[in-house]
Design a protein around this ligand. Structure first.
Ligand SMILES: [Zn+2]
Length: 88
């Protein structure tokens, strides 16, 4: 996938996960590497300011794998932040 396609997949997945998720951007790594990092802001229930997370993906992985990795991380974070247990 190109960086643009990764952004599109990330945005689609983010929209499906929650209204409070916003894709900030995708950073590519040095040439020759398929590794990319997706930067996402999440407006969490327990936080005044959005939480920023980054998710590492490989652009040569199947699209469904990338979607799954993003969705999993988002759900995990939303779950952690919506639960007053743990933390502090
Ligand atoms: Zn959070």
């Amino acid at each position: 996938m190109t960086i643009e396609e990764v952004v599109r997949v990330a945005e689609e997945t983010a929209r499906g996960a929650s209204d409070s998720v916003r894709v900030i951007g995708v950073t590519a790594s040095p040439e020759g590497s398929q590794y990319a990092e997706i930067v996402i802001d999440i407006e969490c229930a327990l936080s005044q300011t959005p939480h920023r997370i980054s998710i590492g993906v490989f652009r040569d992985a199947p699209r469904t794998d990338v979607q799954q990795a993003i969705g999993q991380r988002l759900r995990q974070h939303l779950q952690e932040c919506d639960t007053p247990l743990g933390g502090n």
